[in-house]
Write a protein that binds this ligand. Structure first.
Ligand SMILES: Cc1cc2nc3c(=O)[nH]c(=O)nc-3n(C[C@H](O)[C@H](O)[C@H](O)COP(=O)(O)OP(=O)(O)OC[C@H]3O[C@@H](n4cnc5c(N)ncnc54)[C@H](O)[C@@H]3O)c2cc1C
Length: 420
């Protein structure tokens, strides 16, 4: 990505090839999917790793109840030229699925400007391709981990269907899918009848189906269970130490990284690696490091599965929601609110999501028993690419994975480890 894609004082790239001192010990701050994957990659490199999180358990942030989709073939950037005409509607809250909340914070304004600069055909293609490359690396890293270790987190390769109601949008999606072939991606464009044959749950759909982009190699997995199981593996097989209920209030950089905890105690290591999602900026600011990461709030809930529940993951492109089969439950996730910083579940937004899901697939599960209502903050960058960087000998960052953090986690951990 060209440096001019972001405002110049922001770090915005995956950094490569800087010659810095090789650390022996690392403090990984943040035990979401990115922190877990990072700790795993570093521990395999022989570093002595300590994993720290302010919560009592791993996977309590954005990784708690996301859409659960390992979307290795579908990595479309959020910033697209198609968004530009709908900006007034997004700002006025007229679009139920995607909102831009007004906020008079300079970093938020800069972020929006950088986002707009990414809304060109050229940048959309480049950003989507870069994310696709990382997603493919993640898919390989996930397979390698599973070959070495038997950890159970509901991982299944069930495939994913992107369902289009609009003919023109389907044609565009088909063209993009053809371009992705150079990356070795398997995707098929299906007619409505072909899609229903593969996934009979679509028969119950109320809207017409213009076409479906089917990615047979996409997978699902419960990211919170992954964090819990990965923690056991890291502790028992790689000697990783942990410190939960430990909020880091600042990191001093001297001959090492010294992280101050909420109780005033200090933890030291050769390097601190911030995998703190959208909270990373506060710890970076004192070091003059600014990153373009803003929280984008999303919601999820679950339904008990029934005989008509989809087996294949479904994305309804018009309504911007996803349906994921987690065995006995269907998880439904959606909504995007930029400018929201709280994880409070707003009853109005949740009702909106449940109603949208019901309109999309009325028989996806037992709607009368909907439960596990949740909201989380996606750490978004303007170009939908993460920030994997080592701006200082004793400090590194792995954040900004936005809508696809679970998908990109394993590859991002490996990529961060190459910076050591
Ligand atoms: C509704 C929704 C649906 C989604 N669906 C999908 C999907 O289907 N597929 C997909 O790939 N991605 C999806 N995502 C995105 C994905 O969940 C995120 O990108 C990913 O979880 C980010 O992981 P993380 O480890 O960076 O952040 P988090 O999981 O938020 O982890 C950050 C951790 O840092 C800790 N922390 C923060 N500050 C401090 C501090 N000062 N001291 C100590 N600890 C600290 C937090 O407690 C937290 O545990 C979805 C997100 C949402 C909200």
């Amino acid at each position: 990505m060209a440096a001019g894609d972001q405002l110049p004082h922001y770090i915005s790239t995956i950094e490569r090839g800087r010659m810095l001192k090789r650390p022996q010990s690392a403090l990984v701050v943040g035990a979401g999917v990115i922190g877990m994957a990072t700790a795993y990659a570093l521990a395999r490199k022989g570093l002595s790793v300590t994993l720290v999180d302010r919560e009592p358990r791993p996977g309590m942030g954005s990784s708690y109840a996301n859409g659960a989709q390992l979307s290795y073939c579908y990595t479309d950037a959020l910033a697209t030229p198609a968004i530009l005409p709908s900006l007034p509607a997004l700002s006025l809250g007229l679009d139920k699925a995607f909102r831009l909340r007004a906020q008079w914070d300079l970093d938020y304004v800069y972020w929006l400007l950088a986002f707009l600069r990414n809304c060109t055909h050229q940048k959309f293609a480049a950003n989507t391709a870069a994310a696709l490359e990382l997603a493919q690396d993640s898919c390989k890293a996930m397979a390698a981990m599973q070959n070495s270790h038997k950890i159970e987190f509901g991982h299944k390769v069930v495939g994913k269907m992107h369902v289009y109601s609009d003919e023109a949008q389907f044609r565009k999606a088909k063209a993009l899918s053809e371009k992705k072939r150079v990356f070795g991606i398997r995707q098929e464009a299906l007619s409505s009848a072909e899609a229903i044959r593969l996934e009979p749950a679509l028969l119950k759909r109320t809207d017409p189906i213009a076409g479906v982009i089917y990615s047979p190699d996409d997978a699902v997995g419960n990211s919170r269970t992954f964090c819990t199981e990965m923690l056991k593996l890291l502790v028992t097989e790689y000697g990783v130490k942990t410190s939960f209920k430990t909020a880091i209030s600042n990191v001093k950089l001297d001959q090492s990284a010294q992280a101050t905890c909420g109780d005033g105690s200090v933890m030291s290591a050769d390097i601190a690696i911030l995998c703190t999602g959208s909270a990373a900026s506060d710890l970076l600011a004192p070091h003059g490091v600014r990153i373009p990461v803003q929280p984008m709030k999303g919601y999820s809930f679950e339904l008990p599965a029934n005989n008509f529940s989809p087996k294949i993951s479904i994305t309804d492109s018009r309504r911007r929601i996803v349906f994921t089969n987690l065995g006995d439950r269907i998880r439904i996730a959606g909504l995007a609110e930029l400018g929201s910083t709280s994880t409070r579940v707003s009853p109005k937004s949740m009702e909106n999501l449940v109603e949208t899901a019901r309109q999309s697939l009325p028989d996806a599960g037992h709607y009368n028993h909907a439960s596990n209502f949740w909201a989380g903050l996606r750490p978004m960058t303007p170009n939908s690419q993460p920030i994997i960087s080592r701006p200082h000998d004793h400090l590194a960052i792995n954040t900004g994975h936005g809508m696809l953090g679970w998908t990109m986690a394993m590859g991002s951990g490996e990529k961060l480890a190459t910076l050591m």
